[in-house]
Design a protein around this ligand. Structure first.
Ligand SMILES: [Zn+2]
Length: 175
């Protein structure tokens, strides 16, 4: 079981960024502290905002720089503080990974240059009431992705997204 907790500061940063991005997909990387077995507290995240309304293209250079600065800030303790994975938004679709998202994450974790043996993909969106909605999945080499739990806090709640997106005969269907 994987638990991904978001620091209230990160929830607020996400809400601000999602509101500003409107229908454009945005994303970035997650920097986290491991707080237990399979438990991660996201304490910072980068926001790259140049997506379109149906696609988000990650920029590895921007993300490497963000993680390098994160390691500097927390004093280089990678066993405790590290890159946890990726996040992006689905403003127009349920906040669960698409087939393409799953494929891309699996490639990322299986890449020869990847130092992490475990990566998280978080998908988020804003609810109609302005609250954060999302999902978290864990990826490992040669293993099918597993759904984790995504938690906010009393101060800044997150609603878990349980709908998923599949394509039937070229039409999007909500499950
Ligand atoms: Zn996606």
């Amino acid at each position: 079981m994987i638990d991904v907790l978001l620091h209230p500061r990160c929830v607020r940063k996400l809400k601000r960024s999602l509101l500003a991005a409107g229908l454009n997909e945005i994303g970035g990387v997650l920097a986290a502290e491991q707080i237990g077995d399979g438990r991660f507290l996201v304490i910072d995240l980068s926001v790259q905002s140049n997506g379109t309304n149906s696609n988000f293209e990650r920029d590895p250079t921007q993300h490497r720089e963000f993680i390098r600065r994160f390691h500097d800030r927390v004093g280089h303790k990678p066993e405790r503080y590290n890159y946890l994975g990726e996040w992006h938004s689905h403003p127009s679709y349920p906040a669960t990974p698409s087939d393409a998202d799953v494929h891309q994450m699996q490639q990322l974790v299986e890449d020869d240059e990847q130092q992490s043996t475990f990566l998280v993909l978080m998908i988020v969106k804003l609810d109609s009431d302005g609250e954060l909605r999302g999902s978290a999945h864990g990826f490992r080499r040669n293993v099918a992705p597993v759904r984790g739990r995504l938690h906010g806090s009393e101060e800044e709640a997150i609603h878990e997204e349980w709908r998923s997106m599949i394509m039937i005969l070229g039409e999007r269907t909500w499950l």
